[in-house]
Write a protein that binds this ligand. Structure first.
Ligand SMILES: C[S@@+](CC[C@H](N)C(=O)[O-])C[C@H]1O[C@@H](n2cnc3c(N)ncnc32)[C@H](O)[C@@H]1O
Length: 214
């Protein structure tokens, strides 16, 4: 899932804050016990999520796609006093590990895990107003999630979307369904007047989407 030169990636990791101990444990355990461990955000991207969260000082965050909870904890690091993060995971087999990781994270009282299909659970959380939304689940639903949550995103709030460069395929000749879907998503966002957006060439491509102030 890397588009960057591995030597550059290693250099970036050497020059960012160290990975907290708890996250090293989750990272290692995910690689040992869970399939598709490359889905986990990892050290550098995790520190980016943490830094963005600390800069935005969110009161309420939504994450779509919990996996083993690594990014949830990174995002929780920036919550203001009394803030909360809701995170949604469809794979019920992950529940035990997710709950254990949150219990050990030091943020247990602020993290609210939800288990089920994101499209349904987003509707159940319709009373929330978000400062940050991290979209990192089934990529084909990215635009549906964007449409579902945009009205609940506060003006100035930020949506972070993972994997928007799709291993570099979006800007190459690739024409498979997944690549076309992500290309279309990137295009739709770049022509939406409600937001301004920027793609960062981090890991597999991170899009920052900021909702304009009214
Ligand atoms: C890329 S992983 C998330 C990684 C995590 N955000 C991190 O950075 O460590 C994607 C997760 O989304 C979950 N997922 C896929 N489709 C979903 C859906 N419709 N609703 C909720 N979760 C979904 C998958 O089961 C998987 O655990």
């Amino acid at each position: 899932m890397e588009i960057l030169d591995p030597a550059l990636q290693a250099y970036l990791e050497q020059h960012c804050p160290p990975e907290p101990k708890m996250l090293i444990t989750i990272n290692r355990e995910t690689h040992l016990k869970v399939l598709k461990a490359n889905m986990l955000s990892g050290h550098y991207q995790g520190r980016l999520l943490s830094m963005l969260s600390k800069m935005l000082q969110p009161k309420c965050i939504l994450e779509i796609g919990t996996y083993t909870g690594y990014a949830t904890i990174c995002l929780a690091e920036g919550l203001v006093e009394g803030g909360e993060i809701h995170t949604i995971e469809v794979n019920l087999e992950m529940e035990e590990m997710i709950r254990k990781n949150f219990k050990n994270s030091g943020f247990e009282d602020r993290i609210f895990p939800h288990f089920g299909d994101a499209a349904q659970i987003i509707l159940e959380l319709s009373d929330k107003n978000y400062d940050i939304v991290f979209i990192d689940a089934d990529k084909k639903s990215n635009y549906a999630y964007f449409q579902l949550i945009i009205d609940q995103l506060k003006p100035g709030g930020v949506i972070i979307v993972d994997n928007v460069l799709w291993k570099g395929k979006v800007y190459n000749q690739a024409n498979d369904t997944d690549t076309r879907t992500i290309r279309e998503f990137n295009k739709l966002i770049s022509t939406d007047d409600r937001v301004e957006q920027l793609i960062l060439p981090v890991r597999d491509g991170i899009m920052l989407i900021r909702k304009k102030q009214l």
